[in-house]
Design a protein around this ligand. Sequence first.
Ligand SMILES: [Zn+2]
Length: 292
Amino acid sequence: MSATDPYVVTLAPQVHAFVQPDGGWCLNNAGFLGDADESLLVDTAATERRARLLREAVLAEGLPLPRTVVSTHHHGDHTYGNGVFQPEARIVGHENCRTEQLEAGHQLHLLWPQTDFGRVDILPPSVTYAERLTLYVGGIEVRLLHPGPAHTTGDSIVHLPEQGVVFTGDLVFHGGTPFLPMGSLSGSLRALDLLRSLDAPTVVPGHGRVTDPTAYDATERYLRWVRELAAEGHAKGRPRWRRRGGRSSASSPRGGRASGSWRTCTGRTRSWRGCRRARRSTRWRSSATWRR
Ligand SMILES: [Zn+2]
């Protein structure tokens, strides 16, 4: 196995995480659970090929093909592979996940037109909920909780109270930069409080290695730093990254220097200008929610 191959981590009896190194852009995590009679999947993958690897991993653990796929939010890395689990599975998610997914369409094709995504059908949740929903799969209680606008406006936390496991979706990037343009910074901080209140010792982030609640602290430090930087820039009448030379003088919470505004955009591979282009091309929603 190479360092970039996906791998499975067993978190509890019949509960598994499917981790895609290195957790960067579109290398998201998924999860699956159940027994010999039925199974549930948390998220899929960005390409048909990767979703088929996930399908094989489910079968290799002795589980049947999932009857339920939970989408933690609408982003294509978590939902593009939904078609690989048809016709067996129904898709479940927050009601805003459905509307956002329909609106976004083939968003990743616009961002990376050179990528071979394989066959991608846009399959939003056909079963939706507003605040919380509990499912029982193979004797496992699976709680879906909507934290309010956070990473997007349609996020779901997937909590297994008896197993002490939580799948956070992209509310947590372990080792990566939080991504907020379609959600809310203050809402993301509230979502971290909700995650902490669950007291689950095993945390499966949306991207990055399986971890524990210390990942919430790192995310919170970053979000608070961004908020302080934004407030400071706003008070002075213009964002710091627009100063002469286009460079911020602020130190990042990781000890480095924040160059331009790329850190507030998403992370390691995209410049702010690239982000703006992507936002235009994907017709990201300019709702009051993500302007907050
Ligand atoms: Zn996402």
